[in-house]
Write a protein that binds this ligand. Structure first.
Ligand code: RB5
Length: 149
């Protein structure tokens, strides 16, 4: 699977470990930066890069990192077709995909450690939307809201 990853300075300390983890799992990683630590960079810029990669089919899923995961998820969810959530527990990391078709996981590098983050991206990357009727029905309602309905 093609998985994009991006971070601001708050998420930067976790990014390379997660690139390594995903590649070790056989995934193709699209690294959208930040490529160096810059205390003045802004998480909405990286949320935009990552969301656009998903919108344009350059990645199937995304991992977005900031200090808490919160700003990243708020920004990413502004982009049509992006379904992002902060998931700092393994159940949510896979259930969010299975039930809600979440396509971006947001993680806070100031909140969780590297081993937890590795486990979360493994659970997220390995999960598949169930396609069950009730989940499709709910997803269609979410898409309707996104479309302004
Ligand atoms: C950056 O200092 C920090 O505010 C940002 O990474 C993130 O935590 C926002 O939610």
């Amino acid at each position: 699977m093609k998985i994009a990853i991006a971070c601001d300075h708050g998420g930067y300390p976790l990014k390379q470990a997660l690139v390594d983890e995903l590649e070790a799992g056989g995934h193709e990683v699209v690294d959208l930066g930040a490529h160096q630590y810059d205390k003045d960079d802004d998480y909405p810029d990286f949320a935009r890069y990552l969301g656009q990669a998903i919108q344009h089919g350059q990645a199937d899923k995304g991992v977005l990192l900031c200090g808490s995961g919160v700003g990243a998820s708020i920004a990413a969810n502004k982009l049509t077709g992006v379904r992002a959530a902060v998931c700092h527990d393994v159940y949510s990391a896979h259930q969010g995909v299975e039930h809600d078709d979440m396509n971006v996981i947001c993680l806070g590098a100031r909140i969780i450690g590297e081993e937890t983050a590795r486990e979360l991206v493994r659970a997220f990357a390995g999960a598949v939307f169930s396609g069950e009727a009730r989940h499709i029905r709910r997803l269609e309602k979410v898409k309707g809201m996104e479309a302004g309905g």
